[in-house]
Ligand binder design. Structure first.
Ligand SMILES: C[S@@+](CC[C@H](N)C(=O)[O-])C[C@H]1O[C@@H](n2cnc3c(N)ncnc32)[C@H](O)[C@@H]1O
Length: 214
C-alpha cells in the first residue's frame, strides 16, 4: 500500500474531512466545478474519466442537481469516498476505451481532471480521442491539469504524488496542453482556458471537439 493510503487510513472516520482539507491546499474544487457549470450549464449527462474516489463527482452531483453522472476509473478504489445521491451517480471500474466500445454511452459533458499527468505521454492523444468519442455532437470536454510552474504548491504537489501516492507522475507546461489539444482535436477546438485558485498551476480548458473527431 502507498504511504499516502496508509496514512489516510490512520484517520479512520475523519479520513474524508482530512483529505478535503489536504486537497484544498492545492485546488479550490468548488471554484473548479463552478467554472465547469458556467461552461456547460445545461449538461444533463456527465462523465468523469479518472474520477478516483469521487471528490469531483460529488461536487458535480451538487452543482448539476438534475444530471446523470458516470464516473469511470481504473482504480478499484473508485467512488469509495463519494457521499451524495447514488441514484443518479454511477461508478464503473473501466477505461474510457471500454466505455466508448459499448457504443451506447453519449454525454454532453466529459471531464478529465488531474489525470493526464498520471498517464504516459504517448497515450495522451488516444485518451483524448476516447473522451471525444463519448461526447454527443456539440458536447463539451473539460481538461483540468496541474501545470509545472516552480512554486511552493508545485513542490508540495510533486511530494504528494511521487512520495505519498507513489505514482510515476510527469507534469507539463501550458504550451504542452495547448499543443496536445490542437493535435487531438484541431486548431480552434480550445474555446476557453483559465486558472483555478489558489495556485496558478491549476489549468483548465473548455474544448469543443469537432463532430468528426475519431
Ligand atoms: C489525481 S487522481 C484524480 C481523481 C479525480 N479526477 C479528482 O480530481 O479528484 C488521478 C486518477 O486518474 C486515474 N487514472 C490514471 N490513468 C487512468 C486511465 N488511463 N484511465 C482512467 N483513469 C486513470 C487514477 O486511477 C486516479 O484515480
Amino acid at each position: 500500500m502507498a504511504v499516502g493510503a496508509a496514512v489516510r487510513q490512520l484517520f479512520g472516520p475523519y479520513e474524508t474531512h482530512v483529505g478535503e482539507l489536504y486537497r484544498a491546499f492545492f485546488v479550490d474544487l468548488t471554484a473548479q466545478i463552478r467554472t465547469v457549470r458556467d461552461w456547460a450549464p445545461d449538461a444533463s449527462d456527465i462523465c468523469e474519466i479518472g474520477c478516483g474516489e469521487g471528490a469531483i463527482c460529488e461536487r458535480l452531483a451538487s452543482e448539476f442537481p438534475r444530471a446523470q453522472i458516470t464516473g469511470i476509473d481504473i482504480t478499484p478504489r473508485i467512488g469509495r469516498l463519494f457521499k451524495g445521491d447514488r441514484s443518479r451517480v454511477h461508478f464503473a471500474q473501466m477505461t474510457a476505451a471500454q466505455l466508448a466500445e459499448r457504443g451506447d454511452a453519449r454525454f454532453d459533458l466529459v471531464l478529465i481532471c488531474d489525470v493526464l499527468h498520471h498517464v504516459p505521454y504517448d497515450q495522451h492523444v488516444a485518451l483524448l480521442h476516447e473522451a471525444g468519442s463519448l461526447l454527443r455532437p456539440g458536447g463539451t470536454l473539460v481538461i483540468k491539469d496541474w501545470e509545472r510552474i516552480l512554486n511552493l504548491g508545485h513542490a508540495a504537489c510533486v511530494f504528494s504524488d511521487r512520495v505519498l501516492t507513489g505514482d510515476k507522475v510527469k507534469f507539463a507546461n501550458a504550451e504542452y496542453f495547448r499543443t496536445l489539444l490542437a493535435a487531438a482535436f484541431g486548431q480552434g477546438a480550445v474555446a476557453e482556458e483559465t486558472r483555478i485558485r489558489p495556485w496558478p498551476n491549476n489549468l483548465i480548458f473548455r474544448v469543443r471537439p469537432p463532430p468528426s473527431t475519431p
